[in-house]
Write a protein that binds this ligand. Structure first.
Ligand SMILES: [Mg+2]
Length: 183
């Protein structure tokens, strides 16, 4: 079985995108997400979470609120207590020095290094242009999901990435594509 990394965005990809979500009560899984992640895991995917949470850097809420929402997400997924190998929360605001804020490729590089994976063994999946731009900067693979608040295809067109990454109507379809391409 192949071993590969699937780096997932959170808001608009795994859960309904509520802007500046800070309450676990507001965490709602998108349809089919748990089943799709389970299928990926059983096909050799190591799951990672990479989420921009500038609400912390902007002083709107604390890092603990993000952690509480992530804990609720994990509870709703029902894939055990630690479905993600690693969770990267980029808390900086756009005007603060970027550490891991997407489109920074820093987290993708960390995953490749620490898990001994080639760029061809790492996939990003997200609902925004910045998710796919992260993959482009890191030189890894990626798919988009049209389950967020914005029109991803239009955003990719503006970034000149429309031809670079496929966009799917659901995470289930996106993961089916990844599994076809990797196994
Ligand atoms: Mg998102």
């Amino acid at each position: 079985m192949k071993r590969f990394a699937l780096i997932l965005d959170r808001d608009g990809t795994l859960i309904e995108h509520v802007p500046y979500l800070s309450s676990p009560a507001g965490v709602r899984l998108l349809p089919g997400v748990s089943e799709a992640l389970r299928a990926a895991q059983s096909s050799g995917a190591l799951l990672f979470l990479h989420s921009n949470q500038s609400g912390v850097g902007r002083g709107m809420f604390e890092a603990s609120a993000v952690a509480a929402c992530n804990a609720r997400l994990i509870e709703l997924l029902g894939l055990g207590p630690a479905p993600f190998e690693r969770i990267c929360v980029a808390m900086e605001a756009p005007d603060q020095p970027s550490l891991f804020r997407k489109p920074s490729p820093a987290f993708a590089r960390e995953v490749m290094r620490d898990y001994h994976l080639a760029a061809s063994q790492v996939w990003y999946c997200g609902d925004r242009g910045s998710d796919l731009e992260t993959a482009r900067q890191a030189g890894v693979r990626a798919v988009g999901v049209a389950t967020g608040l914005d029109d991803l295809r239009m955003e990719l067109g503006e970034l000149g990435l429309a031809e670079s990454f496929p966009v799917f109507a659901s995470l289930e379809n996106a993961i089916a594509h990844i599994l076809r391409e990797t196994t």
